[in-house]
Design a protein. Structure first.
Length: 417
């Protein structure tokens, strides 16, 4: 794929991301009594997606912007892949860090291709390599290059602009990507699709992604780890979503994750973790009598209609099929479907508005995989709940990484003698 990785990134194998370390980082804006960020220490492991959450004004954006030196710390150090970020010039640093913000913030007078090519151009890639990279990225974020390459931002929907913003952030294959409320400005359904896409891109690329959000559900869904901050960027808890939900470190975290944490656990499970129902499918033009016979044989009472590229276009009950003759090219514009990487939460949401009490599941390039039925999800929740009750009796709270265990230090000291 692309070459020219920054010298500071680990080059062998996956993950392709780089570790980021905050060491007692403080940011004091002029004229402010309290620091916006007060002695933040933090290790962001290479190849992980870490979500910064916390109430408005707690210092998330400031912490993020110190990583690419849009803000400079008042004191403390930040390293990327072991190298102090102040040891090189800022422009050079920023070319190695993707930056994605709300709305995509595209240049209005440049085409989609020109917008994506900004950093590769600065890096003086040759024309052909840039063109190839632009098409590759448009494909990756789900936009047909032939259609979108030469469009202007104002000709795109909000969700499409955000996709281009993500493509631009990835363009020069940086080991680190910073995102600030990247999906805050799009509607809920588009947001869900963008989140699913980001997860599937990340499972392939394994960048180090730091993402600011005010949405705890988004953090639970996307994060390998979540950093929950209070005012002054003080760490309330830094842990995996599983551990935070199972054992909130204090009442602030408890309040922040809010009620219904067992429902939130649904966001930790992907649709493809549960058994899908194989449905009878058919294509427009097939003989209705033949299709109905196939459905009867499978004891099915409905048929999923696919287009020539195996993408679902309609979901019909048998009594909605014509009595005989070819199946028409019917198209349900409101057909609910979710990606196999979607969370059970999203799937449940889609199911509740579906006439079938189930939702269509698609995989790569939106191809049909099967359906997920409500009873399958209900069974899963039931099993989880009974396991959780058993575990509660047996175990204590999981340890929080990053918090030193004094007894451990003492034991080490004792061993030295
Ligand atoms: P968050 O992203 O968590 O909402 P910010 O990092 O934007 O928080 O802000 C943290 C604190 O720093 C807030 O009190 C905010 O008002 C202040 N702040 C942010 N940016 C500036 C700035 N450029 N100048 C002065 N104060 C700022
Ligand atoms: Mg902010």
């Amino acid at each position: 794929m692309s070459s020219n990785p920054p010298a500071s990134s680990p080059q062998q194998g996956s993950p392709s991301g780089a570790e980021i370390v905050f060491n007692r980082v403080t940011k004091r804006y002029p004229g402010q009594k309290k620091p916006a960020v007060d002695e933040l220490s933090l290790v962001i492991p290479a190849g992980e997606m870490v979500m910064f959450v916390g109430p408005s004004g707690c210092g998330k954006t400031t912490s993020l912007k110190m990583i690419n030196r849009l803000h400079e710390p008042t004191s403390g150090t930040i390293t990327i892949a072991g190298e102090d970020i102040t040891s090189r010039n800022e422009d050079e640093l920023r070319r190695k860090i993707g930056y994605v913000i709300q709305g995509g913030s595209l240049f209005p007078h440049q085409t989609v291709a020109q917008n994506i090519a900004v950093v590769p151009k600065l890096l003086k890639w040759d024309r052909r390599r840039i063109d190839e990279r632009v098409d590759e990225l448009l494909d990756l974020v789900g936009l047909d290059p032939a259609i979108y390459r030469s469009r202007y931002p104002k000709e795109l929907s909000g969700g499409q602009q955000q996709r281009v913003g993500v493509a631009r952030g990835l363009a020069a294959d940086p080991p680190v990507i910073l995102m600030d409320e990247p999906f805050g400005a799009v509607d809920p359904i588009t947001r869900q699709r963008l989140q699913d896409e980001l997860m599937s891109i990340q499972s392939e690329l394994r960048k180090t992604i730091v993402c600011v959000t005010h949405d705890i559900d988004e953090a639970i869904k996307l994060g390998d780890r979540i950093l929950i901050l209070t005012e002054g960027a003080h760490v309330a808890q830094y842990d995996t979503p599983q551990n935070i939900l199972a054992a909130p470190a204090n009442s602030f975290v408890e309040d922040f994750i809010g009620a219904g944490s067992s429902l939130k656990q649904l966001s930790l499970v992907r649709v493809d973790n549960l058994p899908l129902t194989e449905e009878v499918h058919a294509f427009p033009g097939e003989d209705a009598v033949e299709v109905r016979r196939r459905a009867w044989q499978q004891r099915a009472d409905s048929v999923v209609l696919l287009d020539q590229r195996r993408r679902p276009i309609d979901w019909l009950r048998l009594n909605e099929l014509p009595a005989e003759g070819p199946l028409p090219e019917s198209h349900d514009p409101n057909l609910m479907q979710v990606d196999r990487r979607a969370t059970l939460n999203d799937a449940l949401d889609a199911m509740l508005t579906s006439a079938h009490g189930a939702v269509i599941v698609t995989g790569q390039r939106d191809q049909f995989l099967g359906t997920l039925a409500y009873p399958t999800v209900a069974e899963h929740v039931h099993v989880q709940a009974s396991q959780a009750t058993q575990e509660d009796d047996l175990s204590q709270r999981p340890e929080t990484p990053g918090v030193a265990d004094p007894t451990h230090v003492e034991r080490l000291g004792a061993n030295d003698e």
